[in-house]
Ligand binder design. Structure first.
Ligand code: HEC
Ligand code: HEC
Ligand code: HEC
Ligand code: HEC
Length: 181
C-alpha cells in the first residue's frame, strides 16, 4: 500500500513538472515566427533560414505530392493534409494538444515541423534574459534534442520510412551558433 502511494506521489510530482496545478501546461507552443525574430540574425547563426530551406519546413507541402496522394487514395485517406494519421508527424501543431498551444503565439499548420518539435514549447524560454543563460533555458522547457526526440517521428509508422541514423540525420539539418572569436 505504502509503495503504491509512493508510485502515485511520484506520478503526481512528474505531472506537476509538466503541468501547472491549474491543469494547463506550463510551457506552450508559440510557433516559428516567435523564434525567427532573433534566430534569423547572422551573428546567432540564421537558424530560421536554415530550417526554412530544410526538410521539416516542407513537411506539409510533401503531403500534397503525387506520392502522398497516391498512397492516401490506396489506403482510403481522403486528404493527407488534414488527416491526423499523417499530420501528427508532419506538423508541430497537429502533434500537440490544443491546450498546449499558446493563444498569444503564432503557431500554424503550414509551417510544418518547426523548432519546438525538437526544442520543446518556447513560451517561457524564448525571453532574451532566459535564452542567453544556458541553465535557465534548460530549466524553462528548452530541450537540446537527442535521438529519442527524433524517433518520435522517424519510425516505421511512417509509410515512407527510411532507416534513421542520428549522427548523419542531425548533420543534414545542422544549424549551429557561430563560434565567438
Ligand atoms: C529574444 C531573442 C530570442 C528569441 C525570441 C529566441 N531566441 Fe533562442 N537564443 C537567443 C540567444 C541570444 C541565444 C544564445 C546565443 C549564444 O549563445 O550566442 C539563443 C540560444 C538558443 C538555443 C541554444 C541554447 C543553449 O543554451 O544551448 C536554442 C536551442 C534556441 N535558442 C532555440 C530557440 C527557439 C526554438 C526559439 C523560439 C521558440 C527561440 N530560441 C527564441 C535569442 C532568442
Ligand atoms: C514532429 C516530427 C519530427 C521530428 C520530431 C523530427 N523529424 Fe525529421 N522529418 C520529419 C518529417 C515529416 C520529414 C519529411 C519532410 C518532408 O520531406 O516532407 C523529416 C525529414 C527529415 C530529414 C530529411 C530526410 C531525407 O530523406 O532527406 C532529416 C535529415 C531529418 N528529418 C532529421 C531529423 C532529426 C535529426 C531529428 C531529431 C533531432 C528529427 N528529424 C526530428 C518529422 C520529424
Ligand atoms: C510516425 C510519423 C509519421 C507519420 C504517421 C507519417 N509520416 Fe510521412 N514522413 C515522416 C518522416 C519522418 C519522413 C521522412 C523520412 C525520411 O526521409 O527519412 C516522412 C516522409 C514522408 C514523405 C516524403 C517521402 C519521400 O520519400 O519523398 C511523404 C510523401 C509522406 N511522408 C507522406 C505521409 C502520408 C501520406 C502519411 C499518412 C498516411 C504520413 N506521411 C504519415 C513521418 C511520418
Ligand atoms: C528536427 C529537429 C530540429 C528542429 C526542427 C530545429 N532544431 Fe535546433 N537543433 C537540433 C539539434 C539536433 C541540435 C543540436 C543539439 C546539440 O548540439 O546538442 C540543435 C541545435 C540548435 C541550436 C544550438 C546550436 C549551438 O551551436 O549550440 C540553436 C540555437 C537552435 N537549434 C535553434 C533552432 C531554431 C531557432 C529552430 C527553428 C527555426 C530549430 N533550432 C529547429 C534540432 C532541431
Amino acid at each position: 500500500m505504502k509503495r503504491m502511494l509512493n508510485v502515485a506521489m511520484m506520478f503526481l510530482l512528474a505531472m506537476s513538472v509538466v503541468y501547472s496545478f491549474a491543469g494547463t501546461p506550463k510551457y506552450k507552443y508559440v510557433g516559428v515566427a516567435k523564434c525567427k525574430t532573433c534566430h534569423n540574425m547572422k551573428k546567432i547563426g540564421k537558424q530560421y533560414t536554415i530550417w526554412k530551406n530544410g526538410p521539416h519546413a516542407k513537411a506539409m507541402e510533401s503531403l500534397k505530392s503525387k506520392k502522398s496522394l497516391d498512397y492516401a487514395k490506396a489506403h482510403g485517406i481522403k486528404d493527407p493534409s488534414t488527416d491526423p494519421k499523417c499530420t501528427k508527424c508532419h506538423a508541430t501543431m497537429a502533434s500537440v494538444k490544443k491546450e498546449e498551444i499558446d493563444p498569444k503565439g503564432k503557431l500554424t499548420m503550414k509551417e510544418g515541423v518547426e523548432c519546438e518539435s525538437c526544442h520543446g514549447p518556447g513560451s517561457v524560454y524564448r525571453k532574451r534574459s532566459i535564452m542567453i543563460n544556458h541553465k535557465k533555458a534548460l530549466a524553462s522547457g528548452l530541450i537540446l534534442p537527442t535521438k529519442e526526440v527524433c524517433v518520435r517521428c522517424h519510425n516505421k509508422e511512417n509509410p515512407f520510412y527510411k532507416p534513421f541514423d542520428f549522427k548523419t540525420y542531425a548533420a543534414k539539418i545542422a544549424h549551429p551558433i557561430p563560434k565567438k572569436k
